[in-house]
Design a protein around this ligand. Structure first.
Ligand code: FAD
Length: 415
C-alpha cells in the first residue's frame, strides 16, 4: 500500500513502524512540518537541561532511514483532497495516498487578547521551545511570566528555574494542574515548586498579553500589568485539524474516530493528540493528550488501515510530574466521585476516588510504588469496596490484592 502519515511525533512514528512491519514492501511517506527527526515532546525539558538527545529522538535520529521511510521534513500539509486521495503541501505540491494516517498532534491554544503579539513564546513544539531556550542561553532573559498552570506551564517553570530564570506562573484556578490534580495533591506540588524558587500566582485571571510592537507583559483582570523578559503562553493545547477543512473528515475539538481509530472517511485513520477517541471510563469522546495514548493508538490505527480488525480500548488519563523532585502520579478522573479515600502523612499522600465501589482515579505523592496496583484495579473495574479504608493504607499493595484474589469470593483480578 502507498501510505502517507501526517506528523512524525510519537503517534506518527509508531504508526510508521507498524506499517513497515505489516507491509514490508509498501511505500510510507512521513510528512512533518518541523525540520527535526521524529522526537518526543515529553523529553524536551530533559534535553534542554541535560543536553540528552537519546530520550528526545527516542527512536533514534536515523529511524526514518532504518525503517525505509520517505521522510519529508519541513513539509506542512495545508489540505487533504479525499476525493482524489491526495495530500496538499504548503508549496502547492501533492502527495498521493491509498491509506492516510492523521497524526498531526496538537498546538498551543491561547484564546487570549494579544496572544499573536510578536515575542509571545510557547513550549509546545521543539521549534518554539528551542527559540525560548536560546533566548535564555543568550542571556536575554532573567525573568519569565508563564500564563497557564497546567502540565506544560509547570514543567517549563521548573526548567526555567533550573536555568536560573526568575519565573512566575499565573493560573486562573486556585491550585495547579486543575484538570489533573485535586487541590490536596496540588498543595504537595506547590510546596515543591516554591522550594525550587517558582513564584505561583494562583486564582488570578490574565486578561491579555500586552506590549508594542512586541509583548512585554501580561494584564491581569484587576488592571495590574506584570512585565518580564520572557512572556510565555501555556494556556492549553488544541488538536491540529485546520488543514482538514473541506476534506469530509469529521472533526469537533479533535478528529472523530471510532474504536478502531478510523475517521469518517474510508482509508483515513487518526491517532495521538489529534484524535478524539473514546475515554476508557465514560466512553465519551475526549482528547487525552498524553504519550501513552499516542503510542498505543498509532500502531492500532496503522494496522487497521492495512485491514486488521483491532479495537482500541479507550484513552486514559495518566500523568506524572517528572522534574519536581517529589514523585507525583495522577491517573483516571477526579470528577464526581461518590467517595474519596485518603491517607496523608504530610510527606506522602494516597488518594483514591471511587464510584459505586470501583476505582475511577488515584493520586499518589512520595511513595508511588502502588501506582500500578491501583491502575490495574481501576482498568479492571474491580469491586474494591471490601477493602474500605485499607485501600489507601501505606502497606496496601500487590500482596493484599493477591491474597484477596486467592479467597473463594476474591476479586478475580488474576482470572
Ligand atoms: C513540554 C511537554 C511535556 C510533556 N510531557 C509529557 C509527559 O510527561 N507524559 C506524557 O504522557 N505526555 C507528555 N506530553 C504530551 C505528549 O508529548 C503528547 O501527548 C505526544 O507528543 C502526542 O504525540 P502525537 O504524535 O500525537 O503529536 P505530536 O508529538 O504533537 O506530533 C505531531 C507532529 O505532527 C506534525 N504536524 C502538525 N501539523 C502538521 C501539518 N499540517 N503538516 C505536517 N506535519 C504536521 C508536527 O510537526 C509533529 O511532527 C508532553 C508534551 C509537552 C509539549
Amino acid at each position: 500500500m502507498q501510505s502517507v502519515i501526517i506528523g512524525t511525533g510519537p503517534a506518527g512514528i509508531t504508526a510508521a513502524e507498524t506499517l513497515r512491519r505489516l507491509d514490508p514492501t509498501g511505500s510510507v511517506v512521513a510528512l512533518s512540518a518541523e525540520p527535526f527527526a521524529p522526537y518526543s515532546p515529553a523529553a524536551m525539558a530533559d534535553h534542554f537541561l541535560n543536553g540528552r538527545d537519546t530520550t528526545l529522538f527516542w527512536k533514534g535520529s536515523d529511524v526514518a532511514e532504518c525503517l525505509g521511510l520517505d521522510e519529508r521534513r519541513g513539509s506542512t500539509v495545508t489540505a487533504v483532497d479525499t476525493d482524489n486521495h491526495e495530500v496538499v503541501l504548503d508549496g502547492g505540491g501533492r502527495v498521493a495516498y491509498e491509506g492516510l494516517v492523521l497524526a498531526s498532534g496538537s498546538r498551543l491554544h491561547a484564546p487570549l487578547e494579544g496572544a499573536d503579539l510578536p515575542g509571545v513564546l510557547d513550549f509546545k513544539s521543539l521549534r518554539t521551545a528551542t527559540e525560548l531556550i536560546q533566548r535564555v542561553r543568550r542571556g536575554e532573559a532573567r525573568s519569565a511570566l508563564i500564563v497557564g498552570n497546567g502540565f506544560i506551564g509547570i514543567e517549563l517553570s521548573l526548567l526555567l528555574a533550573d536555568l536560573e530564570v526568575d519565573v512566575t506562573v499565573i493560573g486562573r484556578r486556585s491550585w495547579i494542574m486543575p484538570r489533573v490534580l485535586d487541590p490536596v495533591t496540588s498543595t504537595f506540588a506547590e510546596k515543591a515548586l516554591r522550594a525550587r524558587g517558582v513564584t505561583l500566582r494562583l486564582g488570578v485571571q490574565a486578561d491579555a498579553f500586552v506590549g508594542s510592537p512586541s509583548v512585554t507583559g501580561v494584564r491581569l483582570a484587576d488592571g495590574q500589568v506584570l512585565s518580564a523578559d520572557l512572556v510565555v503562553a501555556a494556556t492549553g493545547v488544541k488538536p491540529h485539524t485546520e488543514f482538514l477543512g473541506g476534506s469530509g473528515v469529521v472533526t469537533d475539538w479533535g478528529v472523530h474516530v471510532d474504536d478502531q481509530m478510523r475517521t469518517s472517511v474510508p482509508g483515513v485513520v487518526a491517532a495521538g493528540d489529534v484524535a478524539e477517541a473514546a475515554d476508557w471510563l465514560t466512553g465519551d469522546r475526549f482528547v487525552h493528550a498524553i504519550f501513552p495514548n499516542a503510542v498505543t493508538q498509532g500502531p492500532i490505527a496503522a494496522a487497521n488501515l492495512l485491514g486488521a480488525d483491532l479495537a482500541y480500548e479507550g484513552a486514559e488519563s495518566m500523568n506524572s510530574l517528572k522534574h519536581l523532585g517529589v514523585p507525583i502520579v495522577a491517573m483516571g478522573t477526579i470528577d464526581s466521585p461518590d467517595d474519596i479515600l485518603r491517607w496523608d502523612s504530610g510527606d506522602h499522600l494516597r488518594s483514591v476516588y471511587l464510584r459505586e465501589g470501583t476505582i475511577v482515579g488515584a493520586q499518589l505523592v512520595g511513595d508511588i510504588r502502588a501506582a500500578g496496583v491501583y491502575r490495574s484495579l481501576m482498568l479492571r473495574r474491580a469491586d474494591v469496596a471490601r477493602f474500605g479504608q485499607r485501600l489507601v493504607d501505606p502497606g496496601f499493595g500487590i500482596g493484599e490484592v493477591v491474597w484477596d484474589a486467592m479467597q473463594p469470593a476474591g476479586l478475580g483480578v488474576f482470572a
